[in-house]
Design a protein around this ligand. Structure first.
Ligand code: TXA
Ligand code: MG
Length: 315
């Protein structure tokens, strides 16, 4: 069941009063869900270790998997970052606000519980008026992991927030469906050349064009640098199998003509495909589909983020 409105958690319109309430709840150490342009996040005061501990607990998230800290203004970087590199500066100026997260050296202000004990912190400025306004009113950096249980599908609408999560929140701010629909691209800019730890809303090509260099590769040896990179992730309840073509019996996602009404046709454009992917998987879950077949998209660079999520959902 993935329908937050079935549970007794207020789903509030993002009026000025409710955004004020959200900021007050966060400053009081409570948790709320808020929209961003990528996915819905559970927002907590990144400077409050107690609130952060509660956040890890309700997500069922391992303590070594660090959180992204969200800001609304470049000025906040002075408080949370101890070392700002040239590539960080170029990428932030080019892509913020937007679906790009930069891993940089952290300051004392960010407690170790936020970063899983790492000396680095992941920072992003979301491109969503509600998220920006709540962060601005709260006046603190806000940790916001995706509003799902560990390893499960991220919600791209208020309705898709799992009741198991929703019941632990003060309330949900409903900003409608998320425009990007896939999580932000996480880039480690402490290294030269920088490297992508998680593909996402900004493509490798766009990042390389902005920097004028090729990005580095992430070693696949369980490096502590990318603690949140688990093989299985972003998974619906149904088992996901990737294939070249679906048969008339199959339920799932297709690029070609659907062969029955249980096959959802996806866009041939990777950006639009990404925007609809999680919502489509939530739909199949809500139908109770046990085996979700997915027609493999082209194995090309512009599909990198989508292919990453499909691979992890099927692992
Ligand atoms: O689009 C997004 O980024 C969404 C919205 C809500 O902003 N948030 C999100 O957060 O996806 P979460 O917690 O689900 O994913 C955070 C990712 C994980 O893969 C984690 O390992 C990585 O960021 N990360 C965070 N801090 C890191 C650090 N210091 N070093 C390396 N990776 C880090
Ligand atoms: Mg997540």
């Amino acid at each position: 069941m993935t329908f937050a409105s079935k549970v007794a958690v207020p789903i509030l319109k993002p009026t000025p009063e409710n955004m004020q309430l959200a900021a007050e709840a966060i400053l009081a150490g409570e948790l709320i869900a808020m929209p961003t342009e990528t996915v819905y996040g559970i927002a907590a005061d990144a400077t409050n270790p107690k609130a952060i501990a509660k956040l890890f607990e309700i997500k069922g998230r391992p303590a070594e998997n660090p959180l992204i800290v969200h800001i609304s203004d470049f000025v906040q970087l002075e408080d949370i970052v101890s070392e700002w590199t040239t590539s960080a500066d170029i990428l932030a100026n080019r892509f913020w606000p937007g679906p790009l997260t930069l891993v940089v050296q952290k300051s004392e202000m960010i407690p170790g519980i936020v970063t899983g004990g790492l000396s680095t912190v992941a920072v992003r400025m979301p491109d969503h008026p509600v998220a920006l306004e709540v962060i601005e009113i709260a006046g603190v950096p806000i940790a916001a992991p995706s509003a799902n249980r560990f390893m499960q599908l991220s919600p791209t609408s208020a309705e898709n927030i799992d009741p198991a999560i929703a019941t632990k929140l003060a309330f949900i701010l409903d900003g409608g469906p998320c425009r990007i629909g896939l999580e932000s691209t996480v880039v480690d800019v402490t290294q030269s050349p920088p490297r992508i730890l998680r593909p996402g809303g900004i493509s490798r090509g766009d990042i390389q064009a902005a920097l004028g260099i090729q990005l580095g590769e992430v070693p696949s040896n369980g490096d502590r640098k990318s603690p949140g990179m688990y093989a299985r992730h972003y998974a619906p309840y149904g088992e996901v199998v990737l294939c070249d073509a679906l048969t008339t019996e199959d339920f799932g996602l297709v690029l070609s003509e659907p062969l029955n009404e249980n096959q959802l046709q996806m866009s041939a454009d990777p950006i639009q495909y990404g925007a609809r992917l999680y919502d489509s998987l939530h739909k199949l879950d809500a139908m109770g589909v046990k085996l979700i077949k997915i027609e493999l998209p082209p194995q090309t660079g512009d599909w990198e983020a989508v292919l990453d999520r499909l691979k992890k959902a099927s692992a």
